[in-house]
Design a protein around this ligand. Structure first.
Ligand SMILES: [Zn+2]
Length: 468
């Protein structure tokens, strides 16, 4: 099977130029001006559109057992939603409970994903405890299972959270294994203390979910784990950065030349904490951790995207139904399942509010949503760019198409959408997954189960000096 996409403007992290792209089977075979057609070629006219590498979302949770329920999108609905928004790769988190084996939990995740995803995927491995078995398993996870990024939670004390001593062991062990660590940074002690204090004094509404996680507590933990990383000689990647206090620490570390990355998510750029004051428990729709912040923090984040203090935009897609799942916490914000959607909306919203407004250019948009996730997590250049030999995960993008986001038309299984009514400029018109047409003109045409787990041989590894 071969395909020639003619006359689209190819947009990668580095270039914009008009050319033809030939796809043979699952990969890009040639790029050039006026490529000759061969008999049997399918020809697609890409004129007046952009051709971009499919988005890669480095932060999603499919069918995650969490807070007494399971996140509503699984690898099937999640990957379809992703494709319909121009994303063709995701990185989910394997999350063992305390006391569970990393390797056994990995098998559970493989069983959830295999045969169900419509595009390729890989995993980060969370470490939620520290003991001899985990120490033994970390290098096996890297060497034999192709997982080169780990995850720790400074949040969720007592459940998933690890303390400084455990963090230090995990930083050293993952360093020795040739991998690195994603961090959910917040002062977990303070978060738990404040949340309990609010709830026990009758302050149980959604507003208190946000007040229990002040920006300064996120900034403190961000700075602390960056410093612990420097002492251990390990690089760290801070997930879902929301605020000025955290950006400041990341920017300072990068200015010192330390290997530190920051990721933010679509919602922290576009939604703010006034939503927690909505009546009738509507604020629960927006409960996630870290919480939404102030409008001023959004401006900081947009600037950080432009200056590369923040290098990646993900979503933390982890959706829960309002009617059945968010309702668990109706009487107590501590029990509201944390999370919501974003896989389908990320590219269109970043295009609308970033590229179309001039805050970032089209190259930077591709870099933030596809190329940097691929590079940092060891998927590049197989994924995340348009080059000869790369997987043909491609999106034909109409930068002028307009739309409106709604739960009535989204592909998530969730019964609401946090971006309900948001207007969008720019949309995918065709999406290919490894050469197969997976979406065309708003219809899913892909194959559930075609997505494969991608083993990673490595990840971006700086030669990290030990500062300790
Ligand atoms: Zn997450």
């Amino acid at each position: 099977m071969s395909l020639v996409i003619r006359d689209a403007e190819i947009v990668t992290a580095s270039y914009r130029y008009v050319a033809d792209v030939r796809v043979e089977g699952e990969t890009i075979a040639a790029i050039g001006a006026e490529l000759p057609a061969e008999s049997g070629d399918e020809i697609v006219d890409g004129s007046d559109q952009w051709l971009i590498p499919g988005g890669i979302d480095p932060h999603v949770h499919m069918a995650l057992p969490f807070m007494g329920t399971v996140s509503i999108d699984d690898f099937e609905s999640g990957s379809i939603a992703a494709i319909m928004g121009g994303t063709t790769g995701m990185i989910d988190f394997v999350i063992p409970s305390k006391g569970e084996s990393l390797l056994a939990t990995l098998e559970t995740w493989h069983a959830k994903a295999e045969g169900n995803a419509a595009h390729d995927y890989t995993f980060h491995m969370a470490v939620t405890d520290w003991d001899e078995r985990i120490e033994r398993e970390i290098p096996v996870v890297v060497r034999e299972h192709g997982i080169t990024s780990f995850k720790i939670f400074m949040a969720y004390k007592g459940v998933l959270g690890v303390d400084d001593e455990q963090i230090f062991h995990i930083l050293e062990a993952t360093r020795d294994a040739g991998a690195f660590v994603n961090v959910h940074a917040v002062n977990g002690d303070v978060q738990l203390l404040l949340a309990d204090r609010f709830a026990e004094s009758g302050k149980t509404g959604t507003r208190y979910h946000a007040l229990a996680q002040p920006p300064r507590a996120e900034g403190e933990a961000t700075g602390r784990v960056i410093d612990l990383g420097a002492v251990a000689g390990q690089q760290v990647y801070i997930v879902h950065v929301t605020c000025d206090d955290a950006v400041e620490r990341i920017a300072a570390a990068r200015a010192r030349g330390e290997p530190v990355w920051g990721e933010t998510c679509t919602q922290y750029l576009l939604l703010d904490d006034s939503l927690y004051d909505l009546p009738d428990f509507e604020g629960a729709k927006y409960v996630l951790s870290p919480p939404l912040r102030k409008k001023a923090d959004q401006e900081t984040l947009w600037t950080a995207l432009a200056t590369d203090a923040i290098s990646v935009v993900g979503t933390d897609h982890c959706a829960f139904d309002f009617a059945t799942q968010k309702a668990i916490g109706r009487d107590d914000f501590r029990r509201i399942p944390n999370g919501f959607m974003g896989l389908q909306e990320r590219l269109p919203l970043l295009h609308t509010h970033g590229v179309a407004t001039g805050r970032i250019d089209a190259n930077r948009w591709v870099e933030l949503c596809a190329t940097n996730p691929a590079k940092i997590f060891g998927l590049y250049p197989r994924k995340g760019t348009i080059a000869v030999g790369s997987d043909a995960d491609l999106v034909l993008w109409d930068p002028a198409a307009t739309g409106r986001i709604s739960a009535r038309t989204h592909y998530s299984r969730c019964d609401y959408n946090v971006y309900e009514g948001f207007e969008t400029v720019g949309a995918p018109t065709r999406v290919w997954v490894r050469g197969e047409l997976a979406a065309a003109d708003g219809e899913f045409t892909g194959t559930v189960g075609r997505g494969r787990f991608v083993k990673r041989a490595g990840a971006t590894r700086a030669a990290v000096p030990t500062f300790g």
